[in-house]
Design a protein around this ligand. Structure first.
Ligand SMILES: [Zn+2]
Ligand SMILES: [Zn+2]
Length: 271
């Protein structure tokens, strides 16, 4: 089983634990590698992300803990960069997860994953209840996220389905939906992005399966795309959460390998 997780959050953003506690847990669990990926600053919504000052402190804290665990646990300094973040300089980070958490509509940043109530109300208010139109705008934003300079990994690409378990709000077999997804996958494949299989929403009780859907995984496999496993962990229990199940799904979708960081390099490992 994959024993490394590169999508994790700490108290510097909306995580529940310090960098130290996350690293200790990863070491105790016998993990091979741990990557931190604090939420980049979004000036219009500071409720969950790192302020500019916190970003500087985060970088120092991860560098310090990396020195502390040298030779015992590989630690990486990453960032989860929202498409609408104002952070420009990304060169200091070992990797960048490019994610979309908002749809920009009528001058407003509409949160995609904050709560079901907010999501439903926004689709009503800004899209006249047309979920497909919201999904299309969301996936157009994900296409843009593929072009963020220095981005390696696409985060939770179908986040828009967070509150849609069992297709309760909209039908993901709708051809408009499939078309929007296909466009993302084509661009992601052309730019050689890595798509994450993200179990975070299972851990937090929103979904029974990881992002992305099995359908998307199968399409991504046919395009020859690469995958990485992530827990999107906001606490120690979320590290590598249900990776056994996620790996089984990936294999069923046709994947034989996944990507991890090993000795500072992106490396393919057998599943
Ligand atoms: Zn995210
Ligand atoms: Zn995250």
């Amino acid at each position: 089983m994959i024993k490394s997780d590169f999508h994790t959050h700490t108290l510097f953003c909306d995580g529940k634990e310090t960098v130290d506690i996350m690293a200790k847990a990863a070491y105790t669990k016998g993990m091979d590698a741990l990557g931190f990926s604090g939420h980049s600053h979004t000036p219009f919504d500071e409720s969950y992300c790192m302020s500019t000052e916190a970003t500087a402190n985060y970088i120092e804290a991860v560098k310090r803990i990396r020195r502390e665990y040298d030779g015992r646990l590989e630690i990486y300094l990453g960032i989860e960069r929202d498409l609408y973040s104002d952070i420009q300089d990304l060169h200091i980070f070992d990797y960048v997860i490019s994610s979309v958490h908002y749809v920009f509509k009528n001058g407003k940043y509409l949160p995609v994953d904050e709560s079901e109530e907010i999501f439903v109300n926004n689709v009503k208010q800004y899209y006249g209840g047309d979920y497909m139109a919201f999904c299309e705008d969301y996936y157009k934003a994900v296409v843009k996220a593929c072009s963020v300079n220095g981005s390696d990994i696409l985060g939770h690409i179908d986040l828009v389905t967070k509150f849609n378990e069992g297709n309760k709000l909209f039908d993901t077999s709708d051809e408009r939906y499939a078309y929007a997804v296909d466009e993302v996958l084509d661009v992601a494949a052309a730019k050689d992005k890595i798509i994450e299989i993200n179990t975070g929403a299972i851990y937090r009780g929103y979904r029974s399966v990881p992002y992305p859907s099995f359908d998307i995984l199968k399409k991504w496999n046919l395009l020859g795309g690469r995958i990485i496993f992530s827990g999107d962990a906001h606490d120690t229990e979320g590290l590598c959460y249900k990776f056994d199940e996620a790996e089984r799904l990936a294999k069923e979708a046709g994947f034989e390998t996944a990507v991890v960081f090993d000795d500072g390099e992106l490396t393919e490992v057998e599943l």
